[in-house]
Design a protein around this ligand. Structure first.
Ligand SMILES: [Zn+2]
Length: 232
């Protein structure tokens, strides 16, 4: 994807600019404007509710979804949200500090950001850890470049202790979306791998990953590959 839609007066590593917060909650009340499924929010013809696989998990998941991803037919977050009972999706590319703070923190839970430790956005040192505390996992759903922008634009995100995937599993996702980074996987796959790391064998996402494979195969059959790049 090109970056021409990025309308913020970007100052990498800068602070909140004071512009209106644009986030919206996907989990909240929804008013359909066209023939869409009220559960997965996709057009009824491409409803994916039948592919949802309820998957038991303990870690809370917060997905900060770039608005472009919400409109992306190949996006993986709808399946993730439908399958995880404790998954909140908030759409936006800029968040007021007080709004973001309220989203990131939950009493009794430590918060982690699922993001690699990269030179452009080094992970903070000496993360505070409460042994055994339940976690809230924050995931940015955007192309690689836009996710980096969102991270650098929000100091509260950049300051979160990181959780990085040690060796991301091979992805089937590139059949429908190209990746810029070699270790890039879909948001669904990355989140599932992170939950497996955190929760161990009690977390069984095999049915969900199988269903995701069906979704990818269906999208690949619907249209030729190529079009956009990045994580979703
Ligand atoms: Zn649906």
């Amino acid at each position: 994807m090109s970056g021409r839609d990025w309308r913020l007066p970007v100052s990498l590593g800068g602070r909140w600019t004071g512009r209106a917060c644009d986030h919206s909650r996907v989990n909240g009340p929804f008013t359909p404007r066209r023939a869409v499924c009220v559960c997965c929010l996709r057009p009824q013809l491409t409803c994916l509710c039948a592919l949802a696989r309820p998957t038991a998990h303990r870690t809370e998941v917060l997905v900060l979804q770039h608005p472009q991803e919400q409109r992306q037919a190949k996006n993986s977050v709808a399946m993730l949200r439908l399958s995880l009972a404790h998954c909140e999706v908030v759409v936006g590319e800029r968040f007021a500090p007080e709004v973001l703070a309220a989203l990131l923190q939950r009493p009794g839970r430590d918060t982690r950001l699922l993001y690699p430790d990269v030179p452009a956005a080094p992970a903070p040192s000496a993360p505070g850890t409460t042994a055994g505390a339940p976690l809230r996992l924050v995931v940015i759903d955007a192309t690689w470049r836009k996710s980096l922008r969102m991270l650098l634009e929000h100091p509260a995100l950049a300051a979160l202790p990181r959780l990085s995937l040690v060796a991301p599993e091979p992805t089937c996702y590139r059949a429908i979306r190209a990746a810029r980074r070699a270790d890039q996987v879909s948001t669904l796959e990355a989140t599932v791998q992170a939950l497996a790391m955190l929760e161990g064998p009690s977390f069984d996402a095999a049915p969900l990953l199988d269903a995701f494979g069906c979704f990818v195969a269906g999208e690949a059959a619907r249209q030729p590959p190529r079009a956009s790049s990045g994580q979703a």
